[in-house]
Design a protein around this ligand. Structure first.
Ligand code: FAD
Length: 323
């Protein structure tokens, strides 16, 4: 492989002073750069998140670039694509890796087209194979793994689906501004009213209590909200609850919902389907309540309670409120 860089690309600030999913993608990027004997670059669109310089050092980033422009607001994907296309043409990376946020889902395919490369979504791992890359990605809603060989110049969107190891040590590096001319860019999509969701977003939450179909009825979802409140967390849900209109879609955890990374994830009456786990398996600790001892969720849970959610959750609320 050549010395053309591997580029990690991040948008905006998420939890802990870093862009969402930055460390997961930097971890994948560092391994790929080492395998290709290529430099690792990290480009951030918008204001520089607080911990970016220090984190770049920890992951062996050679160049940290920042592209800042008044047009690079959230959801301004025409400007984001134009900025990254200009950056890609200047740096000629072998591969660009992005964390699969909703924004990245819109930007990555268009960026690949601008750069004349391929795009792979739902990536899990990547390694060099000759001049190309072998990429494993999830498909069919997460039930299947697909192996692609793509190249050159792929753009890859990764979902963070595992807890990553500690990054190691390294000195902070300064961000270098990368100038782009976005004066001619007109946004073609106007956000009239962003989806409104009170309180912290699931993506950034430290504690999440999610309910599933095992709750039996919409009324019982209030138990999830009460337990979330008692634990100082926020309430999430599996997709059937959103499909049935019990809660709005901002609560949905999973492949087609929010990809979360809390310290504590409490799954109540949730079977543990792969599509749901795609949104919570990076949690540090999963606690499951399910009346079926064979439920798949118990394979992921650190602590499990077998029993009826309607009996157990009120006890948990009492215990959490007393504590
Ligand atoms: C393309 C695609 C994308 C998808 N994206 C998502 C996604 O983003 N998020 C998502 O969640 N799903 C998603 N799904 C759906 C997913 O496949 C599952 O159908 C869904 O996650 C199941 O939700 P559930 O666990 O709440 O319900 P179920 O699978 O019906 O499980 C209910 C569980 O509750 C338990 N239970 C029943 N009664 C009780 C009780 N009284 N007390 C305790 N436990 C009880 C049962 O034992 C069971 O394990 C997607 C599917 C596809 C095909």
């Amino acid at each position: 492989m050549s010395q053309q860089p591997i580029v990690v690309c991040s948008f905006g600030e998420g939890r802990d002073g870093l862009p969402p999913g930055a460390e997961e993608v930097l971890h994948i990027g560092r391994n790929l750069a080492q395998a290709c004997e290529a430099p690792l670059m990290w480009v951030i669109l918008g204001p520089l998140p607080e911990r970016a310089s220090a984190t770049a050092g920890l992951y062996g980033v050679q160049n940290l670039h920042q592209i800042d422009d008044a047009k690079l607001e959230a959801n301004h994907t025409d400007a984001q694509v134009a900025a990254l296309a200009a950056y890609g043409k200047a740096q000629t990376p072998q591969a660009i890796l992005v964390h699969q946020t909703l924004e990245a889902r819109t930007v990555a395919p268009r960026l690949a087209a601008r750069l004349g490369g391929a795009v792979v979504m739902n990536g899990i791992s990547i390694s060099p194979i000759g001049q190309n890359f072998e990429i494993t990605a999830s498909a069919y809603g997460g039930d299947t793994r697909v192996i692609y060989e793509v190249g050159p110049k792929p753009v890859l969107a990764f979902i963070p689906n595992a807890v990553i190891p500690e990054p190691g040590s390294g000195s902070a590096i300064d961000a270098e501004p990368f100038a782009v001319d976005l004066s001619g860019v007109e946004e073609r999509i106007e956000v009239l009213e962003p989806a409104h969701f009170d309180g912290p977003r699931l993506d950034d939450a430290d504690i999440i209590v999610s309910g599933g179909r095992g709750l039996g009825s919409q009324d019982n979802y209030s138990l999830i909200e009460q337990l979330a409140e008692a634990l100082g967390g926020i309430a999430g849900a599996s997709r059937p609850l959103v499909d049935d209109g019990w809660v709005d879609s901002s609560h949905q955890v999973g492949l087609t919902g929010r990809i979360t990374r809390p310290n504590l994830y409490v799954a109540i009456g949730i079977s543990g389907a792969s599509q749901h786990m795609a949104g919570c398996s990076a949690a540090k600790t999963i606690v499951a309540v399910n009346r079926d001892p064979e439920a798949a969720i118990f394979q992921h849970a650190r602590f499990g309670i077998v029993g009826d959610a309607l009996e157990i959750v009120p006890e948990l609320i009492r215990a959490a409120s007393a504590g």
